[in-house]
Design a protein around this ligand. Structure first.
Ligand code: C2E
Ligand code: MG
Ligand code: MG
Ligand code: MG
Length: 282
């Protein structure tokens, strides 16, 4: 009986893994055609100054709609793109599109802000990355100070000496770096001062319960204090409530991103949103 139970559990487990594997294979093979079939779009989520509520940035977030699979979350297709190597082509497409959009907004006279683009660890490790970034900026004629690249903490800490070298090169090209999802990986804090980083993005998991959980409050307060000591800016992501916003503001967090202010928007919606928030930018 016990043996049978064990066997059933085993069968259930392999069936589940099999289903996940099939799904992953479907996603990867569909993703291969996503670019040429124009299924990928970019949404833009505004980032706000905690001090005065002005828009000072936007994060580009990739969206994928497939005719049969429907809307697939980046939490699912980005890892699939990384495993299959597709992320290199897709990531380059995102960067070019986002940079081109930013250039268009500036040309239209939109009040300047900084556009943040996520970099996969796989892209970050690609030897051609700094040159690719510089080429896109030059071809699209966007001055580098309008671009920020986000790399996750675990990505940066995977091989810190290599990360230092890449960040140095990006810095030479005039592009800023932010460390995404900060606080959930194990950072060697001594490396933080060697990274050419401009900003820490406090992971949403600490922000979520900030109003109730004293430990999360302690962690967030400590990250902000440490960042300030190192001369880095901080941004909190996943801010959904007034209470979260107030805590972050009181404790000196510089920037706010989250549904409280705005969800990620299409480029068109973003343009309209900026006009509503800052009607006489020009
Ligand atoms: P991320 O870079 O940490 O992006 C923040 C995520 O939090 C986004 O999820 C955003 O929509 C979501 N978010 C923003 N404000 C709130 C809020 O107030 N509440 C909640 N619950 N969520 C909020 P999204 O767009 O689903 O993206 C998930 C992840 O996928 C991103 O996390 C990033 O790691 C990855 N990703 C998205 N686009 C790209 C891309 O172009 N390239 C790469 N390499 N990764 C990307
Ligand atoms: Mg990000
Ligand atoms: Mg994040
Ligand atoms: Mg994340």
């Amino acid at each position: 009986r016990a043996k049978q139970n064990g066997r059933n559990r085993y069968c259930f487990f392999t069936a589940e893994i099999e289903a996940l594997t099939v799904r992953r294979m479907q996603v990867v093979s569909a993703l291969r055609h996503a670019l040429e079939q124009h299924q990928l779009t970019i949404h833009y989520q505004p980032q706000f100054s905690a001090r005065d509520g002005r828009i000072i940035g936007a994060e580009a977030l990739l969206r994928w709609h497939h005719p049969l699979l429907g809307q697939v979350s980046p939490e699912e297709f980005i890892p699939a793109a990384e495993d299959s190597g597709l992320i290199v082509t897709i990531g380059e497409w995102v960067l070019r599109r986002a940079v081109r959009q930013m250039k268009a907004w500036l040309d239209e006279g939109m009040a300047p802000f900084v556009l943040a683009v996520n970099l996969s660890t796989v892209q970050f490790r690609h030897p051609n990355l700094p040159a690719m970034v510089a080429t896109i900026l030059a071809e699209e004629q966007l001055p580098p100070q309008y671009l920020e690249l986000e790399l996750t903490e675990s990505g940066a800490m995977h091989d810190p000496p290599a990360a230092i070298a890449v960040m140095d090169q990006l810095h030479e090209h005039g592009v800023r770096m932010a460390i995404d999802d900060f606080g959930i990986a194990y950072s060697s804090l001594s490396y933080l001062k060697k990274f050419k980083v401009y900003k820490l993005k406090i992971d949403q998991s600490f922000v979520r319960d900030i109003s109730a959980d004293p430990e999360d409050r302690a962690i967030v307060t400590a990250i902000i204090a440490m960042a300030r000591g190192l001369g880095l800016r901080t941004i909190a992501e996943g801010v959904e409530t007034q209470a979260q916003l107030e805590f972050l503001r009181e404790h000196g967090c510089d920037e706010i991103q989250g549904y409280y202010y705005s969800k990620p928007l299409t480029a068109e919606q973003f343009g309209r949103f900026v006009h509503e928030v800052e009607p006489c930018a020009a």
